[in-house]
Write a protein that binds this ligand. Structure first.
Ligand SMILES: O=C(CO)[C@@H](O)[C@H](O)COP(=O)(O)O
Length: 222
């Protein structure tokens, strides 16, 4: 399966939390495709962010775009139905944080969401071996999870190429998402390595003009 059309998913971890609905609507109006929603539990990662109530509040505010929930939590399973009920469209998790990866993927699908597996920079790709057919997307972290505004780790490019090869060999329509340190300066190389779904937080929300930042990324993807 060749690459799918590019998606830019602004990470609202870098949005103004005091005006989250407004800032999310603004970044979507500026050209963002999905909302990337980072859930951190101060256990699996050393930070604490948002839960299902915040996601529901965004839906109630009028956000209708695809909301892409990245669970950085341990354990995983018991929170999955709550995010689905709150209005998540896709849910990803870290395999080493789940007791039973296949079961967690099943729970996500049963809840009506797209399912993804997330790999930290040092997580081996063999977690993909027996579940590729159950995935809607693979999310490769190009920073260690927990914080926005970190620098892209260059070895992620080789890993992206390897996952792209595995997806292409499978013939399945699986998206390849990348997250961490993505900017207009490196997104061209990241796309060339095989990514089709791009999460960006600080490069968009710290820019004076969200639309110009997103347009520069689309232009660099080509
Ligand atoms: O999941 C995470 C961090 O753990 C990311 O989604 C960050 O929010 C990306 O932020 P930038 O690196 O683009 O600033």
């Amino acid at each position: 399966m060749s690459k799918q059309s590019p998606i830019i998913a602004p990470s609202i971890l870098s949005a103004d939390f005091a005006r989250l609905g407004e800032d999310t609507a603004k970044v979507l109006a500026a050209g963002g495709d999905w909302v990337h929603f980072d859930v951190m539990d101060n256990h699996y990662v050393p930070n604490l962010t948002m839960g299902p109530m915040v996601l529901k509040a965004l839906r109630d505010y009028g956000i209708t775009a695809h909301i892409d929930v990245h669970l950085m939590v341990k354990p995983v399973d018991r929170i999955v139905p709550d995010f689905a009920k709150a209005g998540a469209n896709s849910i990803s998790f870290h395999p080493e944080a789940s007791e039973h990866v296949d079961r967690t993927l099943g729970l996500i699908k049963e809840a009506g969401c797209q399912a993804g597996l997330v790999f930290n920079p040092a997580t081996p790709l063999n977690w993909l071996d027996h579940v590729l057919d159950k995935l809607d997307f693979v999310l490769l972290m190009s920073v260690n999870p927990g914080f926005g505004g970190q620098k892209f780790i260059p070895s992620a490019l080789d890993k992206l190429r390897e996952v792209r090869r595995r997806i292409d060999d499978s013939g399945r329509a699986i998206r390849l998402e990348v997250d961490g340190g993505v900017s207009a300066d490196n997104i061209g190389a990241i796309a060339a390595a095989g990514a089709d779904t791009f999460v960006a937080g600080s490069a968009i929300f710290n820019a004076p003009d969200y639309a110009a930042a997103i347009a520069a990324m689309r232009h660099a993807i080509g």
